[in-house]
Design a protein around this ligand. Structure first.
Ligand code: SF4
Length: 949
């Protein structure tokens, strides 16, 4: 165990990420002795193949540069000589070692140190740990350039900084950290062991403290007292806001105008403010559609906050996306603090599961762990020394961490409340107190609907509500008012229960040893029986689903099986499900006995109170699991749709199996459980109307049950000049998918998109409705487009949504293929996005079980489901897709729709009427291309189209 003083810092550039098939193209090595660079090694490597456009753009290297270089077999011996037997360090060093190992034919056995791992440990809470981001955050002079030697030098500087941070870390934290890193089999374990020894040798009086090391102060009574008093109770006369006064804050010559750089007066925004004020004053439901660019968030926030302050009543805003929540929290609210001349408090409310529970953390820390768990807990440990909130959002989680987080989070069932010795420092309590003291709560649809589901036990009481991005309300309610039973959650529950049983097995409660031993033995036996029963059940479900299931799209095929089904062996599945639920319950009864005995023990030994509470939580979860399984597999409640969802890997094995139940008609539920209890609700979005009416939205969300005199309906056009800024083209060329054989359709699609991209020079978002078609078109077009220097990014093929969106925004001549989530929430102002192509009209597949059940329900009521449900749903999504194009007053571009149904079918007019453009161009793709070129030439624009040939 020694603290290395000399490192070889290594960085490689490669043709791709797979050491099995990709090649090294550049090697950069730096010898670092006592923190000083003493030697450098650099070599270009001829990979014997052309570089992809992505690598050329990333590194700036050209094929010619490498053609003159030596092949790896001639470069490698010198590089390996340079490395010798030294410790090797690098940013994600295992990646480089795998490539060196593949080139050498044998993995290097040198000690390896990863700066990425160390950065995550000693600088917790960053959003990104990419080398270039770290260089920026830490002011490392030489910026990372994606060239091997530059990046090796940057990594060397980074390594020095990180080691210095490690050296100044509190000895208690360092010691605990090192135990976890030992369990995680981290390369840093031996280094830190050496560091600890050196620290103790240098300062022998240092002791390892047992005091809490996490940050954040105790919760002080009376501190942060509420700005306003108790909530007023119903029946009291409300303070009415003067519309003029409200508008004076955000209209022309207003304080807001003074604070907003580039402020533009928008009459629509002022009109919205008046309407929100009216709905608050008159206690009404306001349905408000506002086009892009109106500034709707400020239009509802100003009257809402003023009304809450005047009436001493807490108000709430719920959004669907984190992006909008962040915009409200970090942009709009700070701005309004300078506009509204009164102090007000705002809280970002999140579910308890988002916060760490210090009691559970303590229990986790004092047990042993698997390597992956230990690596995650090591990051949690250092994060806890810095966080003031305990909010998991600050933790840079990597895949797999979410499962381990479940063992730490502050779920209600496991909370000891006042009996908890951590309650004064508890992050969950702090968050709750902040929400209770707030005038305005910002939440998401999910939390709001979970609160509705548990009868308002999650959020503090609130009065008027604004639901933004309200077009998602039906889907959010479907997800949160339904039930689920998944293979992952039941296995996790069995694992957790087994862990607790093993933990308590050795400790018999005083004076009750014999009974304890029987209970424990029986519980272990019942656990095994439950596990076997579930294994049999999931196997039956798998067999049933693979034979005649629907679906099969996406990187992993997803199969849905509607329940109940008519297959001959279905009853066997139901019997097996019922039996499994019985086994779960039997096991839970034994766990309950265990928990009760431990509780009696906890009376004299406080230390057992936490374990008893955790076991009770496991008992409650077990009963819930059994209830959910029975509810779904018996499928008795006619108000619900039931189905099984299976995700199959490309190799054919099943990754995930879930049973689901969702209410067929969420509208009635939403009305009964939520809207009926509210006086004022504002629902807003850029896409609420279809064919000029709110009828579809009202019916789907239950607002049609609100009396007409209590509803205000309002629509506000976007301030953008769509007829000047956007060109809508409808193609007649492409056959409808399904009308010709698949290969013919794909050939047409490939050639059409190719031609369009030649004229737009990339800068295009292509929206698909099928991931299979997206993948096939991507596979065909990628090499063809690279020949034209156009870079193609594919959803699910080139990285996460955030990553490819960032790359799309920042890289010239790029096209992005997106499906599902890309139809909305993509905000790329400027010329990086100058064309949107919609491959098909975005109808939901009628074979999606909940959609199928809703269509059946409408048919039962003698209604045309396609007309009153499928078309409006697709129109809303179509409007969202169209909305991706124009994001600012300076944007210009074109939208091309390739689905001929928009012209050929009678329902096509609903799609066209819902758009903010008055005219469109229709024709074959060659005519469309000419039109786009003419249109660009005729109308000069702020945004240049210089890439268009
Ligand atoms: S009060 Fe509850 S949530 Fe908070 S630390 Fe204690 S047990 Fe955990």
């Amino acid at each position: 165990m020694k603290m290395e003083k000399t490192f070889i810092v290594c960085d490689l550039e490669t043709t791709g990420l797979d050491p099995g098939s990709d090649k090294i193209i550049e090697i950069g090595l730096v010898r670092l002795e006592e923190g000083e660079v003493t030697q450098q090694f650099h070599a270009l490597v001829n990979p014997g193949q052309p570089l992809s456009i992505r690598i050329k753009r990333l590194t700036g290297l050209a094929d010619d540069d490498l053609a003159r270089a030596l092949p790896i077999r001639q470069v490698l011996p010198d590089a390996l000589d340079f490395i010798g037997g030294c410790a090797v360090a690098g940013h994600n060093i295992q990646h480089d070692l795998r490539f060196l190992g593949a080139a050498r034919g044998q993995f290097l056995s040198n000690p390896a140190y990863d700066t990425l791992e160390l950065a995550r440990l000693v600088i917790p809470g960053l959003a990104s740990y990419r080398l270039e981001k770290l260089c920026k955050v830490l002011n490392i002079g030489t910026a990372a350039t994606h060239r091997a030697l530059d990046d090796a030098l940057c990594t060397g500087s980074l390594l020095n900084i990180l080691i210095q941070k490690l050296k100044t870390m509190d000895l208690t934290v360092l010691t605990r950290l090192n135990i976890l890193l030992g369990e995680a089999r981290s390369g840093w374990h031996s280094f830190i062991t050496g560091l600890i020894k050196e620290r103790i040798k240098t300062f022998p009086v240092q002791k390892i403290s047992t005091a809490p090391y996490w940050s954040g102060a105790d919760i002080q009574e009376g501190q942060n007292a509420p700005v306003f008093g108790e909530l007023r109770t119903g029946g009291e006369k409300k303070v009415v806001l003067a519309e003029k006064e409200v508008c004076s804050l955000a209209g022309k010559n207003s304080p807001l105008a003074g604070l907003l750089p580039g402020y533009e007066y928008r009459p629509q925004q002022e009109a919205m403010m008046r309407e929100v004020t009216r709905s608050l004053n008159e206690e009404k439901f306001l349905l408000m559609e506002a086009g892009t660019g109106v500034g709707k968030s400020l239009a509802y926030l100003v009257p809402l906050i003023l009304w809450g302050l005047a009436n001493q009543e807490r108000v709430l805003v719920a959004t669907h996306t984190i992006n909008l929540q962040e915009q409200l929290w970090s942009k709009d609210i700070p701005l309004l603090a300078g506009v509204i001349n009164k102090p007000f408090r705002v809280a970002l409310a999140k579910g308890r599961q988002n916060y760490i529970c210090l009691r559970r953390w303590d229990a986790v820390l004092n047990s042993t762990h698997q390597p992956e768990e230990a690596a995650f807990y090591a990051r949690v440990l250092t994060w806890l020394t810095a966080t003031a909130t305990g909010d998991r959002n600050e933790l840079n989680m990597i895949p797999g961490d979410a499962d381990h987080w479940l063992d730490l989070c502050g779920e209600a069932e496991g909370c000891l409340g006042q009996r908890c010795r951590y309650s004064r420092r508890c992050y969950v309590n702090k968050a709750r107190k902040t929400a209770e003291e707030a005038n305005l709560i910002i939440a998401n649809h999910s939390l709001l609907l979970s609160d509705v589901r548990v009868e308002n036990r999650l959020l503090p009481a609130f009065g008027p509500v604004v639901i933004d991005e309200a077009h998602h309300l039906e889907d959010a309610a479907t997800a949160h008012l339904g039930r689920q039973f998944s293979q992952i959650s039941v296995h996790r529950w069995l694992g957790l229960a087994g862990k607790y049983l093993a933990k308590v097995a050795e400790n018999a409660p005083p004076g009750d040893g014999a009974r304890w031993s029987i209970i424990n033995k029986e519980a272990q036996k019942a656990r095994l029986e439950t596990s076997e029963a579930l294994k049999h059940f999931f196997q039956l479900l798998w067999d049933l689903a693979t034979d005649g299931a629907s679906g099969g799209d996406g990187e992993y095929a997803r199969i849905s099986l509607r329940l109940p089904c008519t297959k001959s062996d279905y009853q066997e599945l139901v019997d097996s499900g019922v039996r499994s639920a019985g086994f779960i319950r039997n096991f839970v009864e034994w766990l309950k006995d265990c928990a009760e005995l431990i509780e009696t023990w906890a009376v004299s030994e406080e230390v057992w109170a936490g374990t008893a509470r955790d076991l009770q939580q496991i008992v409650k979860s077990g009963f819930d699991l059994a209830d959910d399984l029975l509810f779904i597999i018996e499928s008795r409640d006619r108000e619900f749709a039931y189905w099984a969802e299976l995700e199959k890997s490309r190799q054919g094995s099943f990754k995930k199996i879930s049973l689901m139940a969702a209410p067929v008609n969420v509208g009635s539920l939403l009305f009964e459980k939520f809207f009926k209890t509210k006086k004022t609700v504002v629902l807003t979005s850029a896409t609420l109307t279809v064919n000029g009416t709110f009828d579809y939205f009202m019916e789907r969300t239950g607002l049609n049950h609100v009396s007409e005199e209590r509803r205000i309906l309002a629509s506000y056009d976007s301030p953008f000049e769509y007829d000047r800024q956007a060109l809508l083209c409808l193609s007649r060329d492409l056959p409808a998918q399904g009308e010709v054989i698949e290969q013919v359709y794909l050939d047409h699609l490939e050639n059409t998109i190719y031609k369009l991209l030649q004229i737009t020079g990339g800068r295009t978002l292509v929206l698909f409705t099928s991931h299979r078609v997206l993948r096939e078109t991507y596979r065909r077009l990628k090499p063809r487009l690279e020949e034209s220097d156009i870079f193609l990014l594919g959803h699910g093929l080139d990285g996460s949504r955030t990553k490819i969106l960032e790359e799309f925004k920042s890289t010239e001549r790029t096209v992005l293929f997106g499906s599902s989530s890309f139809w909305e929430g993509v905000d790329v102002p400027g010329e990086a996005l100058s064309c949107v192509v919609m491959v098909k009209l975005p109808f939901m597949s009628p074979s999606v079980p909940v959609i199928e059940a809703r269509l059946e329900d409408l048919a039962r009521h003698e209604r045309n489901g396609f007309r009153v449900f499928s078309v409006p749903q697709a129109v809303i999504r179509f409007k969202q897709g169209f909305g991706r194009l124009i994001r600012s007053g300076n944007d210009r571009g074109c939208v091309v729709v390739l689905d001929p149904r928009i012209l050929d079918k009678s329902y096509g007019r609903y799609f066209l009427r819902s758009l903010p453009v008055k005219s469109h161009f229709r024709g074959g793709i060659d005519l469309i291309i000419n039109k786009i070129a003419d249109w660009i030439e005729v109308i000069p624009t702020v945004n240049t189209w210089q890439h268009i040939k």
